[in-house]
Design a protein around this ligand. Structure first.
Ligand SMILES: NC(=O)c1ccc[n+]([C@@H]2O[C@H](COP(=O)([O-])OP(=O)(O)OC[C@H]3O[C@@H](n4cnc5c(N)ncnc54)[C@H](OP(=O)(O)O)[C@@H]3O)[C@@H](O)[C@H]2O)c1
Length: 274
């Protein structure tokens, strides 16, 4: 199983939620300056036009970028999805995105309709790759069965404080690689004594320990930050390796089962895997 995000520098994506306006422009310019070339946005973030403007002004050649966007569920309709993706492309100022995701499973859980439309978008050349987000293991298996186009990723909440071993097993079984969001658990994972101890031991920051653990699980990473120092640290995770013993110690933190994107925040979320 090889993720398209493990090409070039794309195993590290810069996430843009919930950034908008000047805060978004400043953070994204820093991220590009630091070396990020994979950028994660979504229709529901309502920042695609601003992302497009910053990418255009950067003059970075299009083939050096990996742009991911996501279709919001209220655009999953038969006569709506393709038109919504065309608007995203216009806002992003590109002819196609690199990865187009279905942001959430549809209400009721029948993924066949939106998945067929996503493949149509791919057939029309609106995206190089297709993928899903917030899918359960059962949905990953169903998507792999239904789709004639390979599913490039399932982007899910993934950090050391949440046991996602069921999804990792489904990734191996289906060949659909995972990508993380909430990768540093919005800062919570950085305050755990074991992570702090390992950071001191390896001579890196707590964030770098967490992100390195994610990469060594075979999962590509999405992180958002507004601070240059954090953005630099989050990108600079390729020059050290966690031992298998330390990987196993971090694995045990998953027993906390701390999910940040809860049912309360996202009532449309599926029944997550136990
Ligand atoms: N598919 C989905 O449904 C979904 C859901 C949520 C997010 N996402 C995507 O994934 C991206 C990342 O997720 P996220 O932003 O929710 O979570 P995250 O990256 O875990 O957390 C972002 C928060 O952590 C802080 N932070 C980041 N790096 C840090 C570091 N090295 N040290 C200390 N603090 C750090 C940032 O604060 P500072 O600004 O102070 O650094 C920010 O407040 C989003 O931007 C979005 O693109 C997708």
């Amino acid at each position: 199983m090889s993720s398209i995000y493990f090409r070039k520098t794309f195993q590290r994506s810069f996430g843009t939620f919930p950034l908008k306006g000047e805060q978004l422009r400043t953070a994204l310019r820093i991220a590009l300056d630091v070396g990020y070339r994979a950028i994660d946005t979504a229709q529901s973030y309502e920042n695609e036009a601003e992302v497009g403007a910053v990418l255009a002004e950067s003059c970075i050649p299009r083939d050096e970028l990996c742009i991911t966007t996501k279709v919001r569920p209220d655009n999953f309709g038969e006569n709506v999805l393709i038109a919504s993706v065309e608007r995203s492309l216009a806002d992003l100022r590109v002819d196609q995105v690199d990865v187009l995701l279905l942001h959430w499973p549809p209400l009721g859980g029948d993924i066949s309709g939106p998945l067929a439309l996503l493949q149509q978008a791919h057939g029309r050349g609106l995206t190089k790759h297709i993928g899903v987000s917030n899918y359960t293991a059962a949905m990953m298996r169903r998507a792999a069965e239904l789709s004639t186009v390979p599913i490039a990723t399932n982007q899910v909440e993934f950090h050391p404080l949440l046991d996602q071993s069921t999804l990792l097993a489904a990734a191996t079984e289906t060949g659909i690689p995972l990508a993380s969001y909430c990768s540093v658990a919005r800062g919570e994972a950085l305050r755990v004594p074991l992570i702090e101890e390992l950071a001191t031991g390896y001579g890196v920051s707590a964030g770098q320990i967490v992100l390195r653990w994610i990469l060594q699980k075979g999962v590509s990473i999405n992180t958002m930050s507004t601070r240059r120092r954090h953005i630099e640290h989050n990108f600079d995770v390729m020059n050290f390796t966690l031992s298998s013993l330390d990987m196993a110690r971090i694995d045990k933190l998953g027993a906390a089962n701390r999910r940040l994107v809860t049912r309360e925040l996202t009532p449309f979320a599926p029944d997550w895997d136990p």
